[in-house]
Ligand binder design. Structure first.
Ligand SMILES: C[S@@+](CC[C@H](N)C(=O)[O-])C[C@H]1O[C@@H](n2cnc3c(N)ncnc32)[C@H](O)[C@@H]1O
Length: 392
């Protein structure tokens, strides 16, 4: 991670602009004063730099919660900060990076905001979950140029590798997202997906709650699939097959196709391994036979109630609050000045918690740097946050 280590720095008055960077305010924790944050605005990005005292050296780097990409912006912000703060630099790992390459991968690597705001609808969409080496995803995208592919993965080296291949193979019909597939379908409009591939998911025999296939996942898949759209599970694990088949059969109305040891159009890296070991391979295909209601989630994440700043500070409680399917955790309280505070907070779904800050002024509370994504877990958590801040 880009950082500069300094001996000391001088705090400057904010707001102040340098190059295109607007340094908005400093925030200091009420407890543990060894860390300070500085808010930065650059074009339409807002983020925080963290200034941490570590064994009498001060490390300046991006705050994890608000980190943005490309990292070039962060690097430039740190350099500008150091110039304004007249830092005595000890060492730095900030060097030039290939901006061109970054721009290219950004074209295909999307964040959840992209899908939340403007889900691609002008072409039929196929989704691959946990694409790994990407063999199947790349093959399908090449074979089907009129289909828009979305590849979902959480393993960063696999994502990098596939982004490189997209460039090398000059593919134009794949978006890649680093996101938990168990939650992604929540953002997909109803009845628009032709195929969902779940090939060789991690069996998680000891932690079944981490499995991609679940009752909720099957229901969401049914909602997003077009009529005759297919969810395809391929696995070498008899246990996962049995578990999934049972869940599919729990659906009220469903069409299923089960096959064993059928040759696929392309053999994935995992499949290769199992075939060499002569393992059986099972497929379940769920074919959607029902049209679903349109997706209707609309929520503004605004704080509308009256708040008492003094009470919020006085009653600040860092104990996590856990509910059936979401949680709220007020982690840390920072002071900006006598009228402004900042709260570090995590909340929402257990599998994909949202990490944010709340910027609290005398008459307004807002999320910093931006509102949470529109998921059901986040909506429930937001309502609870309002209640808590309101003293309930
Ligand atoms: C066993 S590998 C299979 C890869 C590939 N489908 C194949 O057949 O070669 C499972 C992949 O799923 C990814 N994965 C696991 N859980 C995931 C989740 N919740 N969301 C997205 N990807 C996930 C893992 O990172 C891993 O790359």
């Amino acid at each position: 991670m880009p950082h500069i280590v300094v001996k000391n720095y001088k705090k400057f008055n904010t707001p102040i602009q340098k190059d295109k960077f607007n340094f908005l305010w400093f925030a200091k924790p009420l407890k543990n004063a060894k860390e300070e944050l500085v808010a930065v605005e650059y074009e339409n990005h807002k983020f925080l730099l963290s200034i941490k005292d570590k064994n009498s050296e001060i490390v300046i780097k991006s705050d994890k919660t608000t980190r943005i990409s490309p990292s070039t912006i962060i690097k430039k912000a740190i350099v500008n900060f150091c110039e304004l703060a007249k830092c005595e630099i000890i060492r730095s790992n900030i060097s030039n990076i290939d901006e061109k390459h970054l721009k290219k991968s950004e074209e295909f690597l999307k964040t959840i905001d992209f899908f939340e705001k403007s889900f691609p609808k002008n072409k039929e969409v196929w989704i691959e979950i946990g694409f790994g080496s990407g063999r199947h995803l790349l093959y399908q995208a090449k074979q089907n140029p009129d289909i828009m592919f979305i590849g979902i993965e959480i393993h960063k080296p696999s994502i990098e590798q596939v982004l490189k291949q997209i460039e090398i193979q000059k593919l134009r019909n794949i978006y890649v997202i680093d996101y938990d597939a168990r939650l992604f379908l929540e953002f997909v409009p109803s009845n628009i997906v032709g195929k969902i591939f779940v090939h060789f998911p991690v069996p998680w025999d000891k932690k079944p709650h981490r499995r991609v296939i679940s009752k909720k996942f099957i229901e969401e898949a049914k909602r997003v699939l077009k009529l005759d759209g297919v969810l395809e599970l391929r696995t070498d694990s008899k246990n996962y097959f049995d578990y999934s088949l049972e869940l599919f059969l729990e659906q009220k109305k469903v069409k299923l196709e089960v096959t064993k040891n059928i040759e696929p159009p392309i053999v994935s890296k995992y499949e290769d391994r199992w075939l060499r070991l002569n393992k059986d391979i099972y497929d379940i295909r769920m074919i959607n036979i029902e049209k679903s209601e349109p997706l209707k989630i609309d929520f503004d994440f605004e704080f509308k109630k009256e708040y008492n700043l003094e009470n919020i500070v006085k009653n600040f409680d860092t104990k996590p609050k856990v509910f059936d399917d979401f949680f709220v955790h007020f982690e840390k309280l920072y002071q900006i000045d006598s009228d402004r505070y900042l709260i570090k907070i995590s909340f929402g779904n257990f599998d994909r918690p949202e990490h944010k800050y709340l910027l609290i002024t005398k008459n307004k509370i807002e999320y910093f740097p931006k509102k949470p994504v529109l998921s059901r877990g986040n909506i429930k958590a937001h309502k609870k946050i309002e209640e808590i801040l309101n003293g309930k």
